[in-house]
Design a protein around this ligand. Structure first.
Ligand code: 13P
Length: 248
């Protein structure tokens, strides 16, 4: 069985005090021990987060990473720098990074560089409203997956968690229906089965992200191919604990 997974993407939010307070809440909460939790604060707060986490099933992720080794890349952060401060995860390909110019190929290169450097990755995909309305949802996601599969192989897949985040659902309060989400999750799993392997299709966690709240998470969690969530806004609030515990 795939272990339920809940990520918190804090995006460009928080202060050192608010990050510490969110983590204190998580440390003190009764978290379902069968859930893997990963929180992703801004780079500058990563050392604070690594120090503050005491809950055994909570890990810390970066929101982005460079695909290049250390060197002359002003403003970037490398995989080895993340490892150096005790970060073992990164998000790649969030739609907000893709909107800032990251191509499918660059996202795949970052994912591969992260894995080669010893990080696990929450790799994000998802369609825009325009693409959904044109009936291109699965096509877009498959194209993103194909670019990833060109760069990663074999055991790399064991280090990847996929997050399906329809762009029209992110930060809008317009959550995908359980049917809409399950349909794309099933298509992703089918693509993995056809193009990678049965074991990768069976073992890879596929998260849903986009306006997840304590209210809507329970029904989504019941869907066969939804193995957890990547939560934005609600991960900054106490209800994040209810989302973590939504699979109980
Ligand atoms: P919201 O939960 O705020 O819609 O954000 C989702 C997201 O982008 C998580 O990566």
């Amino acid at each position: 069985a795939r272990k339920f997974f809940v990520g918190g993407n804090f995006k460009m939010n928080g202060t050192k005090e608010s990050i510490k307070s969110i983590i204190k809440n998580l440390n003190e909460a009764k978290l379902d021990p069968n859930v893997e939790v990963v929180i992703a604060p801004s780079h500058i707060f990563l050392p604070i987060a690594v120090d503050a986490v005491t809950a055994s099933n909570v890990a810390v992720a970066a929101q982005n990473v460079s695909n290049k080794p250390n060197g002359a890349h002003t403003g970037e952060v490398s995989v080895s720098q993340l490892k150096d401060i005790g970060v073992n995860w990164t998000i790649t390909g969030h739609s907000e990074r893709r909107a800032a110019g990251e191509s499918d190929e660059e996202v795949a290169l970052k994912t591969k560089a992260a894995i080669d450097g010893g990080l696990s990755v929450i790799w994000c995909c998802g369609e825009s409203l325009e693409e959904r309305e044109a009936g291109k949802t699965v096509e877009v996601v498959e194209k993103q997956l194909a670019a990833l599969a060109e760069k990663v192989s074999g055991d790399d897949w064991k280090k990847i968690v996929i997050a399906y985040e329809p762009i029209w659902a992110i930060g809008t309060g317009k959550v995908a229906t359980t049917e809409q989400a399950q349909e794309v999750h099933a298509a992703i799993r089918k693509w993995l089965r056809t193009n990678v392997s049965d074991s990768v299709a069976d073992e890879t966690r596929i998260l849903y992200g986009g306006s997840v709240t304590a209210k809507n998470c329970k029904d989504l969690a019941k869907q066969e191919d939804i193995d957890g969530f990547l939560v934005g806004g609600a991960s900054l609030k106490p209800e994040f604990v209810d989302i973590i515990n939504s699979n109980q």
